[in-house]
Design a protein around this ligand. Structure first.
Ligand SMILES: *[C@@H]1O[C@H](CO)[C@@H](O)[C@H](O)[C@H]1NC(C)=O
Ligand SMILES: *[C@@H]1O[C@H](CO)[C@@H](O)[C@H](O)[C@H]1NC(C)=O
Ligand SMILES: *[C@@H]1O[C@H](CO)[C@@H](O)[C@H](O)[C@H]1NC(C)=O
Length: 847
């Protein structure tokens, strides 16, 4: 490794020696950050098609910046067939751009949007926009895989532009945010376009050689107009033009060539247009000289100059040294004698049957490309060490070479210093990225209490539910395009893996489910090693319960892979954990909830189920439903949990009335305010316990709490498919379900489930309790409007609607709710604090 590095170093020094100052751009060195992260690009030069909010405006689209909300995000979801959204950078002058970097929105862990793919458009004049294509003709560039890593992509071919647009591309409609950087250097040639006759095809005995300009970005019919291409891509062709630097291309790729038979006049005329009037010193034409195949540099060139609008009457004529016998490809330098011009027209005369050019460069106003950073930058990004290009031909003008080398010797020292600095910066960046990754891992397991905590498995949710960020695209705010999707999904054949079209409507959810389920069906499975491991594990004290002692009473719920039944269990006392108190006399059947995995569930689901048992068996809190016993010796796998005689809290409260006149008249049973507080306090206490274990519930609501004697409460989960509460869940394409009315904005929009989002749900649960569950949260809003409202919470422009203060709710309790619904997750209270506050309210009676 070290050795390799030394060779690199040597080559680099060699390169510096030979080309510390060069008169043509070297794509291997021209890789400086152009000022998105460094700040040299001004805010006003960064614009966008739209913005989601002021805090995600274009100016926040700077790589490695965390200002505002952490990135540029367009106003609406990016849709597969609709590339309207872009982030635009005006570089103020023409630049040679060799590399682009992209990053998503991380925002200290809150953000999770990024562009998986994007396209680049560019313009030199701000009016004609060109789509970038790779040498293989591909427009789409692979982007980011997560919200924080920087992904750098070489632009092959590089682009010459003043304006650059990043256009996020997706294969399904989704939220996208971007931070970007451009790398390159100023385009000192100032060339805006060259117009030339189209390159031709040479027929060799063995194979044809295509000498067309394959990366020309203007129009090509019989001639090429208004573009730049192969002649300005910085890549010089090899001595043998049938070979190329570029892999996997046709013979002749690097060259544009013409045959004398097609030009009776004996010359090829190329017209060059520049960004402004310049004082030209030289033009260098890289020519092939493969005499054996009748290829030779031009015999003579005659150039005309246009300054302002008039062509100068007197042309400049130049003939290279005749009798040249050197068959290598090289630059021929034409002295342009300080002519002032904004356009130059040159006629290159054939010296043989073929004339092949790979590069043409212009030197003007004494401007020179420098190998040391010209911009006050931090240097190259870590992994963009200049690529050595030993085959790169340099100037054949001796004086230039001499001066260049002298200057280079001075620059060697500078280059070595710069190199050492690079190395250090590089190492720092590497260290930084490592610590970053480390921190990120840390935060996901501890400080943020992310939902990937194992509690997810306790109450297994539908697959979509677990990955709502995938889902967001299906929510109405983001999914007006499902029709358009249907029409494109057939065309976009590469997206078929994620898009299943049924009856003309795409069912993304299904496709994802298929992925998650893997091989379903005939997957019969002997009791796996996991189970044995589980049974022998010392933290599992669950005993096998004889299935025959369970009597089915009622179906409580249903999930993706199983059902929850209410059963009577006989002889439970003998099997039960001694700590569990059942105040039922012995011999009587006990009501239990039995969660069972369907026998056709796949291996993953089974493993999750067993994991769930393991975790459930560890949860011991008076306000959390306890696992009593299991049936895992045979299918279907079951876990038997407590059930409470008064059913779920939602039904319980809706059967009751607040204490008062009305209740007296109607003779309804009542729940006092103190008991309401008691109920809420117990939920807070149970949640305090869960959060202390970094468990995230994800579906806290009154429907998931059970009521026992004397208003005791235990938190449970019954999955989301209970018919009774189907209205509480938002269904997408009939499959995915989300309890959106209980979900925090970040859970809905970003798929983030944390203790802080449980706190949000607790606020809604508290609201339900104080409303006696007489009304669904946001009952006046449709599901679509609820999601719209979520967007308002995100935008935070005071347009968001909060749940109203319930009639019998004192201000102090409503304040607790409002604090649970704060936009910033860090500002929401902890369950500890909530529990404390409710406990106090309980002790002091009316608050
Ligand atoms: C150049 O020629 C190759 C080989 O025939 C062809 O595939 C390619 O499309 C041509 N490029 C242009 C721009 O005409
Ligand atoms: C062009 O540059 C040369 C060398 O710097 C200078 O001598 C000459 O006066 C310039 N020509 C014009 C028209 O400015
Ligand atoms: C093209 O070049 C070849 C070789 O130099 C020569 O024999 C031939 O006459 C030329 N054709 C024309 C049309 O000039």
């Amino acid at each position: 490794m070290k050795h390799l590095w030394n060779i690199h170093l040597f080559l680099l020094i060699l390169l510096c020696l030979l080309g510390a100052v060069t008169s043509q751009v070297n794509p291997g060195v021209c890789r400086y950050p152009l000022g998105m992260s460094g700040g040299q690009i001004q805010d006003e030069d960064i614009s966008a098609s739209s913005q989601w909010s002021e805090s995600t405006a274009a100016r926040y689209g700077r790589l490695d910046f965390e200002e505002g909300d952490g990135a540029w995000c367009p106003e609406i979801t990016v849709e597969p067939d609709n590339l309207k959204e872009f982030l635009q950078i005006d570089l103020r002058s023409l630049h040679f751009i060799t590399l682009v970097g992209t990053q998503g929105r991380h925002a200290g862990g809150i953000g999770n949007e990024f562009a998986q793919m994007y396209k680049i458009k560019y313009s030199r004049d701000g009016s004609r926009w060109i789509s970038w294509r790779s040498r293989q003709g591909k427009q789409v560039i692979e982007g980011n895989r997560n919200a924080y890593d920087i992904v750098l992509k070489d632009l092959e071919p590089p682009i010459i532009a003043r304006y650059v647009r990043f256009m996020p591309v997706t294969d399904h409609s989704m939220n996208v945010c971007m931070r970007v950087e451009l790398y390159g250097c100023e385009w000192l040639d100032g060339l805006v376009s060259y117009n030339a006759p189209a390159g031709e095809q040479m027929t060799l005995p063995s194979y044809p050689v295509y000498l067309n300009d394959s990366v020309y970005d203007g129009a090509i019919i019989y001639s090429m107009t208004e573009g730049l291409g192969q002649l300005t891509d910085g890549v010089c062709g090899l001595d043998d033009f049938t070979h190329s630097h570029v892999y996997n291309v046709w013979p002749g790729y690097d060259y544009v060539g013409w045959n004398n038979e097609s030009f009776p006049s004996g010359y090829v005329e190329i017209m060059f247009e520049f960004d402004r009037t310049r004082n030209f010193t030289t033009m260098k034409v890289h020519c092939n000289n493969m005499f054996s195949l009748h290829v030779k540099a031009f015999r003579q060139v005659v150039c005309y100059f246009r300054s302002e609008t008039n062509w100068e009457a007197l042309p400049l004529s130049f003939s290279p040294v005749v009798g040249e016998t050197n068959p290598s490809a090289r630059f021929v330098t034409v002295n342009l004698a300080n002519h002032m011009a904004s356009a130059i027209k040159c006629q290159f005369y054939f010296a043989d049957a073929w004339m092949l050019f790979s590069e043409i460069t212009f030197q003007s106003d004494t401007a020179m490309y420098n190998t040391t950073p010209t911009q006050p930058k931090t240097g190259l990004p870590a992994n963009t060490q200049p690529e050595d290009d030993p085959t790169h031909k340099i100037d054949d003008s001796n004086t230039r070479l001499l001066i260049g080398c002298l200057v280079a010797i001075i620059f060697i020292l500078v280059a070595i210093i710069v190199l050492i600095l690079w190395r250090q910066v590089w190492q720092k960046v590497l260290e930084k990225s490592e610590t970053f990754a480390y921190n990120h891992n840390q935060s996901s397991t501890t400080s943020e209490q992310e939902s990937n905590a194992t509690y997810d498995h306790i109450f297994p949710l539908g697959p979509d539910y677990q990955e709502p960020s995938h889902l967001i695209c299906k929510l109405p705010e983001f999914a007006q395009n499902s029709e358009e999707l249907a029409s494109t999904s057939t065309a976009a054949s590469k997206s078929t893996t994620t898009t299943v079209v049924q009856d003309g409507v795409p069912h993304y959810a299904e496709a994802e489910i298929v992925n998650l389920q893997g091989v379903t069906g005939s997957n019969t499975y002997a009791i796996p090693a996991v189970t044995m491991d589980l049974l022998s594990g010392k933290d599992v004290t669950m005993e096998e319960f004889p299935r025959k002692l369970l009597t089915f009473k009622e179906k409580l719920g249903e999930g993706q892979f199983g059902e929850v039944h209410l059963c009577e269990a006989e002889g439970m006392h003998e099997f039960m954990n001694k700590e569990v108190l059942f105040d039922i006399s012995e011999g009587q059947p006990v009501l239990v909830a039995v969660k069972m995995l369907r026998s056709d569930a796949n291996k993953n689901a089974r493993n999750d189920f067993l994991k769930e048992i393991k975790i459930m068996s560890r949860l011991k809190d008076p306000n959390i439903i306890r696992l009593l016993a299991v049936c895992i010796h045979s299918d279907p796998l079951c876990m038997i949990t407590e059930y409470m005689e008064n059913g779920d809290l939602n039904q319980f409260l809706s059967r009751h009335e607040p204490e008062g006149q009305l209740a007296l008249l109607s003779n309804a049973s009542t729940v006092s305010f103190n008991n309401q507080c008691y109920i809420a306090t117990q939920i807070a206490s149970g949640m305090k316990y869960l959060s202390s274990l970094n468990f995230v519930h994800r579906d806290l609501a009154t429907r998931n709490c059970l009521v026992g004697k004397n208003f005791t409460i235990k938190i449970a989960d019954f999955g989301m498919s209970r018919n009774l509460y189907s209205g509480d869940y938002y269904r997408i394409q009939g499959r995915a379900v989300l309890p959106i009315r209980w979900m925090s904005w970040e859970s809905i929009l970003l798929g983030k489930f944390t203790t802080a989002s449980d706190v949000w749900a607790f606020g809604v649960t508290l609201w339900e309790i104080l409303n006696f569950c007489k009304e669904q949260p946001y009952s006046q809003l449709t599901d679509e409007q609820v999601i719209e409202n979520t967007g308002e919470f995100f935008r935070d422009q005071k347009r968001q609607i909060y749940l109203p203060q319930p009639v019998l709710c004192p201000d102090s309790l409503y304040k607790i709710m409002l604090s649970c619904w704060r936009r910033n997750t860090k500002e929401r209270p902890s369950f500890q604090e909530i529990h404390q506050a409710l406990h106090t309210a309980l002790i002091w009676g009316h608050v």
